[in-house]
Structures are given as C-alpha cells and as structure tokens.
Design a protein around this ligand. Sequence first.
Ligand SMILES: C[S@@+](CC[C@H](N)C(=O)[O-])C[C@H]1O[C@@H](n2cnc3c(N)ncnc32)[C@H](O)[C@@H]1O
Length: 268
Amino acid sequence: MNYRHSYHAGNFADVIKHLAEVAILAHLAKKDAPFAVIDSHAGRGSYDLASEEALKTSEAASGIQALDGLSGSPLLDSYMRLARGGDGQTYPGSPLIAARLLRPQDRLVAIEKHPEEVKALKETLSPWRKARVEEGDGYARLTALLPPAERRGLVLIDPPFEAPDEFESLGRAVRGALRRFATGIYLIWYPVKSDASARAMEGEILMDARKALRIEAMIDAPEGRLARAAVLVLNPPFGFVAAMKEALAKVAPQLKAKTHLAWLAGEE
Ligand SMILES: C[S@@+](CC[C@H](N)C(=O)[O-])C[C@H]1O[C@@H](n2cnc3c(N)ncnc32)[C@H](O)[C@@H]1O
C-alpha cells in the first residue's frame, strides 16, 4: 500500500473524473428524493498542491492549474467553483466534492484503507454530519453497503492500481455490486496502460451492465507518467453526455488532451 494520491491530485485524469462526478451529483440533486454516495477508495479528501509530493510530479500544473480562469458551461462552472473556490492551493478529492454537494437528506460513505489517509479524511469531512468515513477494504465494503436504503445514488470506484490483479478485482467487484444495485450510477476510474487489460475488465463488467459509457483521455506525458486514463460510467443519467461534451470542449484544449466518448452498452 504505497500509493499516495497527493502525488497525482489535480492531474488531467482527476479533472475528467471529478467533472463526471459533479455532473452525476447535479443530476441526482434534481429530484428531492435522497441519494447516497459510496466512495470505495476515497483518499484523504483534500490535497495541498504546494506540498513536496505534489511539487515532485507537478501533475496539477498540466491539470487543474492549467484551467485557471476557464468558464463557459454550467458543469464546468460548478466544478471550477469546487476545485478552485478556496485558496487556489488546495484541491478537493472525490469525497470532499461529494460532501460539498450533499443536501440535508443525502449521505456519503467514504471508504479508505490507508490509516494516515483515513485520519486526514476524517478531519476533512468532520464539518459534514452526513458524511461517514470507514476504514477498510473498499471492495469488501461495497457488498455490505449495497443496495443503499435510498435506492438511488452514485458508487465511485477509484482504486490505486498497485496490485497486478487490480483489473480482475475491479471487474469482479463491479459485477457483484451491479447484482445488488443494478439501477445505481457507477463511476469507475482506471489507467489505460495496456489496451488488453482495460478492455478485458470492461468486457467483464459489460456482462452485467445495461448502459455503459466510456470517456477516455490522452495526453503527451513524460516517460513513466500516466498518459492515458478512462472513466466508465454505468447508467449515466440523461443529459450527462451533453454536459460532459460541453465542458470537455473547453477543458481538453487547456489540458492538451484528446478525449473520446463511446457507448459500450446501450445509449441515452
Ligand atoms: C486514486 S486514490 C483515490 C482518489 C480519490 N478517489 C479522489 O478522486 O480524490 C486511491 C486510494 O485508495 C486507497 N486504497 C488502496 N487500497 C484500498 C482498498 N482496498 N480499499 C479502500 N481504499 C484503498 C489508497 O490509499 C488511495 O488513497
């Protein structure tokens, strides 16, 4: 368990993932009915972009920091308020973004395995009464937490991909989760280092998913750094594609990224 998101917070892949997260939560908040957010690999919730770790890779410089001043779509504007609304030096992780978008009737369960990250996350989320942090294995907790009593919500799965069999574990966990909560919206992040392992994992998930959309992003990254990543969105809500396309049209040129959206199952 060496992975620390502090080295990568705010990079191009975080921007795409968190834009998608904001789009999904905005959709869920359109109805008064409560929703749940389950974040299986939550991280520490807040990242100092001037920390030694962040400066070592400078990934945020070609990510969130390249977007300064950008606006022009409702989704992009909401995301920018969340991501750049503070001191400009701190970047919110997925659980903090979710916590900030909860209404009084909604709730968040954020699971994290690394004790230091758990401690930081508890502190970050302490102002939100409806946000709970659990220390443990995100995949195992999904089984216990799904389906949520609310029967509507987002399941965000964003593993560190340190283990050689992470794609297999991810595929298995998502299929198990879908059997328990077929109507949930799922946001799954993964690196695309080899087409074969990414496509095999997608194929496994597609055995149970009725609607699946992949958004892939590619940049010219220095040797050894992440250059290609994707999010798979299961059961994307109506309007999600249009909102993402509109935001990505502004964001992608700033990130110097090529993005590609593809329906792998079903359509809007
Ligand atoms: C990519 S980071 C998460 C970033 C976060 N989702 C965000 O967008 O801000 C992955 C996190 O998963 C944690 N982790 C590793 N193995 C885990 C497991 N089995 N269950 C839960 N968390 C785990 C790592 O400590 C790390 O903080």
